[in-house]
Structures are given as structure tokens and as C-alpha cells.
Design a protein. Structure first.
Length: 214
């Protein structure tokens, strides 16, 4: 996830040298470091949250078409590719972060496209369908409703949608989406939904407590 602005970004920019890093934690690129630059609002999903998420997603990853809409470091989209997804699209408005993402994609020879663009404008012009979407926008900008609205025509039948939000402010998702799993940390609620169109309904059973990650 990264900060966002409504101005259209320059076409290209030099890559940012990270002041920290986050690791891909599973699959063929396990242990690979990705730069985490010092950017306001940049908040990569923690290792524990990603470990939980990708345990949930294991059956859905092989061959999946993935969209990481507010990509930031790209760790969610690249983790999905590392674990068997077919291809990914990473959308990041900040041109420096997008350049860093392109360097990572080239270094890994990943089947991924990087777009330096405003996420909402990009999804409005997109005509592809996705099997898995990561939606982790900047919390301060309140973009969930607009992003979810833009995503609806871009979801394949039975697509999975992962959403991060503040713990005390879960976004309103379409009523037709089935909640598969959810968890919380002190600051973040993370939830995996399934869109309509799958032949079997898989939801969180009433006796399954939500995951908690400190």
C-alpha cells in the first residue's frame, strides 16, 4: 500500500533506494528482499498477516490472474506470483515506487506488469478480468468505496478480494460477496471475500473465531 494523490504522475522516475525491506515469505522467491522506502502512508502488510492470508489463499493461487491495486512495495502481488499465480498487474501512483517495482519485476523475471497510475483512474479504464485482487489503499484517503465500485466489473466469476482497513472502520462490501476469513491486529482488519459466481459457497463458519495477529 502507498500514499495516493489525484494528480496524474510523470511517465517515469528513478527507482527509490529503500530505507528498509520486506521479504517474500513463501514459494520460489522465498527470502527475496523488496525495498520499503520512507514514504508517508507506506505500510506493507506484516509477515504474520501475509502468512495467514496466503495460507487462506493456497488453493486459489495456481494459475490466478492477480491485481495489486495500491501496490506500494508490491509484496502482495509478488508473493502471489512466488506461490503459483500466473501473472500479476501492479498499480502504483508514486512514480519512484513504480520504478522500484519495475526493477524488482525485472530482477525476478516475474510475469508482471507495473503501471504508474492513479489506481481509481486505472481501474476505470481497465478491461481485463482478475481472479484475485489485493485492495490495501492508504487508510487516510478513504478510497475503499470508490475502489470497490470500480472493481466490480473487473472481477472474474468467483474472484477472491483481499481488503485491509483500520480495525475500527471496516469498509462496506457488496452484499453478494461471501466473507471467507478475517483477522485483526491492533491497527488493521484484514479480510478475504469471494465474489459471486463460484459453484460452491465457502464462508467462515459461525464457530470459527476470527484470526488475531499481534
Amino acid at each position: 500500500m502507498s500514499r495516493s494523490s489525484r494528480r496524474h504522475p510523470p511517465a517515469s522516475a528513478p527507482a527509490i533506494r529503500g530505507t528498509g525491506h520486506v521479504r517474500i515469505i513463501g514459494g520460489r522467491w522465498r527470502g527475496t528482499k523488496l525495498a520499503v522506502p520512507d514514504r508517508p502512508g507506506l505500510r506493507p502488510s506484516s509477515d504474520r498477516v501475509r502468512e495467514t492470508l496466503f495460507n487462506w489463499l493456497t488453493p486459489a493461487l495456481p494459475g490466478a490472474r492477480v491485481l495489486d491495486l495500491f501496490a506500494g512495495t508490491g509484496v502482495l502481488g509478488l508473493e502471489a506470483l512466488s506461490r503459483g499465480a500466473a501473472r500479476a498487474v501492479l498499480v502504483e501512483r508514486d512514480p519512484g515506487l513504480a520504478a522500484t517495482l519495475r526493477e524488482a519485476v525485472t530482477r525476478l523475471s516475474a510475469q508482471a506488469e507495473v503501471h504508474a497510475a492513479d489506481a481509481l483512474a486505472w481501474i476505470d479504464g481497465c478491461r481485463n478480468a482478475f481472479d484475485l485482487v489485493f485492495l490495501d489503499p492508504p487508510f487516510a484517503d478513504g478510497l475503499w468505496a470508490k475502489a470497490l465500485e470500480g472493481l466490480l466489473p473487473r472481477l472474474a466469476p468467483g474472484a477472491w478480494v483481499y481488503v485491509e482497513s483500520p480495525t475500527d472502520l471496516p469498509p462496506d462490501v457488496p452484499p453478494s460477496w461471501a466473507l471467507h476469513r478475517e483477522g485483526r491486529t491492533r491497527e488493521v482488519r484484514y479480510a478475504l471475500y469471494r465474489a459471486p459466481g463460484h459453484h460452491a459457497t465457502v464462508t467462515l463458519r459461525p464457530d470459527d473465531p476470527p484470526a488475531t495477529t499481534e
